[in-house]
Design a protein around this ligand. Structure first.
Ligand code: 13P
Length: 268
């Protein structure tokens, strides 16, 4: 296979999948083998997957290149304690996780994670040298009332409270509007996404100064091989965060290829 790097930008392109509550260890191991091949073909792309907790320990023995990250879908804010069912940052480090996602809409909505909880999780993840993928996004109701910006501003301000600017290279943001995620949701248009992404960028700069320009902002929510090209052409996102469409290697690759070909035409 030919090596192919996106030509138009020195910023890496980020591309990952959240497997949610899907896949056995054997399935994820096979996926990691596929990811390693893909990473060699696209060295300028930072790939990542977020498989279920139960599979992470079964991946430790697979060496992986620097442009493949494996992460967890959530963590608790304490290192240990009486928190039945929870997983901590030291446990994630123990199984070799590179990153942890916090604040996914399904965690916020179904498991009542508050911004204050997320802030504690993020600060503890940093203490344990994990990278953090923070998901933010408004519900349909918040968008309907015209409070998208207030929602995003509050999430970013509380979730990132006390974030050490020296650790900014370990932070990624995913803009995932709740109404655009998962089965039966509504696909967002670039015209709906871009103002929110610009707003997030502005808040990051307000919080961290010029360093806020360097934080990758990904888009997620019903992304697939058919709709991803306009997202790349007409928004300023640094990457894509995919669910259903990238759960199988073939799907992962076809969304990635479509996104990269769109990226190459943006500035060529
Ligand atoms: P879908 O791509 O299946 O809508 O899921 C997106 C998501 O939740 C990524 O975290």
């Amino acid at each position: 296979m030919m090596s192919c790097t996106p030509s138009h930008s020195s910023r890496p392109f980020y591309f990952g999948s959240n497997f949610k509550m899907h896949k056995t260890t054997a399935e994820v191991r096979a996926f990691v083998a596929f990811l390693k091949e893909t990473a060699a073909v696209y060295p300028g792309v930072q790939l990542f997957i977020l498989p279920p907790f139960t599979t992470l320990g079964g991946l430790v023995d697979i060496p992986r290149p620097a442009n493949v990250w494996i992460g967890a879908q959530d963590m608790h804010w304490a290192d240990s304690g009486a928190y039945t069912g929870a997983i901590s940052a030291p446990m994630l480090r123990d199984v070799g996780a590179d990153l942890v996602m916090v604040g996914h809409a399904e965690r916020r909505v179904l498991f009542y994670d508050t911004d204050q909880d997320l802030n504690k999780k993020i600060l503890n993840a940093l203490r344990h040298d994990l990278r953090v993928l923070l998901c933010v996004g408004e519900t349909a109701e918040q968008r309907g009332y015209g409070t998208t910006e207030e929602t995003l501003a509050t999430q970013l301000r509380i979730d990132l409270h006390g974030f050490d600017p020296r650790a900014l290279d370990r932070l990624m943001i995913a803009y995932e509007p709740v109404w655009a995620i998962g089965e039966g949701s509504q696909e967002a248009t670039p015209a709906e996404i871009e103002p929110a992404v610009q707003f997030i960028r502005g808040r990051l700069v307000a919080l961290f100064g010029e360093a806020g320009q360097t934080i990758p902002i990904l888009y997620g929510g019903s992304v697939n091989a058919q709709n991803c090209m306009p997202y790349i052409h007409s928004t300023s996102v640094d990457g894509l965060f995919v669910g259903r469409a990238a759960w199988q290697p073939e799907g992962f690759l076809s969304v990635l290829k479509a996104a990269l070909s769109a990226r190459q035409t943006v500035t060529s």
